[in-house]
Design a protein. Structure first.
Length: 135
């Protein structure tokens, strides 16, 4: 279900920036697979570990960049406890609407995680990133 809702082939290059562009083709597949699992774990963590947490859409608006849409939502973590999240929804290569980012407390999850991954790449290359993703 994750791949149906998250545009992983758009998110990974966005997170890794120039490091994705410069990566050897042999390094891209394991980086994509590792980041896919890492994002799945982190996104599930944003919902309090719930994989089927009810989500209530509050409102939508266009983001100031590109053609993406911000969907503001409340995720029901437990009775009486909710978490506000923003889902940035864009189009994948096939034109389907998919999540391209999650905004929590005003912070982009892909920017935050991307900075962490880029730091690992800058200091230790693909080997360091893959080692961290496989921990």
């Amino acid at each position: 279900a994750f791949d149906r809702y998250v545009a992983i082939d758009r998110v990974v290059p966005q997170m890794l920036g120039r490091y994705w562009t410069a990566a050897a083709p042999a390094d891209r597949a394991p980086m994509r697979a590792g980041l896919r699992q890492y994002l799945l774990t982190r996104m599930t963590g944003l919902a309090g570990g719930e994989t089927n947490a009810p989500i209530k859409v509050v409102d939508t608006s266009h983001v100031p960049w590109g053609d993406d849409t911000l969907v503001n939502a409340q995720v029901q973590l437990s009775p009486g406890k909710t978490q506000s999240l923003g889902f940035v929804v864009g189009r994948d290569g096939g034109g389907r609407s998919q999540i391209v980012d999650i905004i929590m407390s005003g912070t982009s999850a892909t920017a935050m995680l991307g900075a962490e991954c880029q730091s690992l790449l800058m200091n230790g290359g693909a080997t360091a990133l893959l080692a961290r993703l496989n921990e």
